[in-house]
Write a protein that binds this ligand. Sequence first.
Ligand code: NAP
Length: 215
Amino acid sequence: MARIFLIGATGGVGHRLHPLLTAAGHQVTGLHREPDQADALRAAGVTPCAGDLMSLEADDFAERLVDHDLVVFSAGAAGSGLPRTSRIDGEAPLHVIEAMRKVGLARILLVSAFPEAGRAKGLGDGFEHYMKVKKEADAALTATELDWVILRPGTLKDEPGDGRVAAGWALPYGDVARDDVAAFLAALVDSSIRRAIIELTDGETPIPTAIASLH
Ligand SMILES: NC(=O)c1ccc[n+]([C@@H]2O[C@H](COP(=O)([O-])OP(=O)(O)OC[C@H]3O[C@@H](n4cnc5c(N)ncnc54)[C@H](OP(=O)(O)O)[C@@H]3O)[C@@H](O)[C@H]2O)c1
């Protein structure tokens, strides 16, 4: 059993992930920014923890991370503008890293983005900025001594997952169901994979086999 601090607990991936974690016997604390999200988290067996990534600093995270074993960062600004993207996708992971050092917490799973996302689609400056700050957060994390795993999913889809993926160090770009990203993260929590950047798309390999192949 691990005590997991889930950042992005109410999101497309996060709300699919926390039931898998609690079903596996883990204790989950879920960060949320709106007061009315607390009851739903509590009803799902998650301990709600209020906080806005636009304002939380390292000391604020440190207070919240005490008595946890692992952080999963699956928050994102979701195209809500450059300043929010800078803060939520770029700077918040750095504050979390600093907080983890303060409290002696080592393991973090960071959801990043597939480097080829949106390539040649002319998605504009906001998307380019998003990709830039995601990569900067990845680079900062890989430079630490922490026990990190960075997951780079392809374009996220809401269609039901089938528990089959392609996972590897470098893959052709593709889509991936949020269900399968959540299931893959849950499997990563229980794996000994560390200090690895993993790309993830839809595929044909059952998730446990895909995880085993990465050890
Ligand atoms: N979309 C894609 O195709 C794609 C592809 C690759 C990687 N990713 C990455 O995958 C991850 C998960 O994506 P997703 O689809 O689950 O994203 P999502 O549905 O937009 O969820 C984002 C989460 O971040 C939280 N959040 C946003 N701003 C916040 C703030 N100021 N304070 C606290 N929490 C805040 C949201 O809370 P609320 O519920 O309150 O909004 C939500 O829980 C993200 O890191 C994203 O960048 C996305």
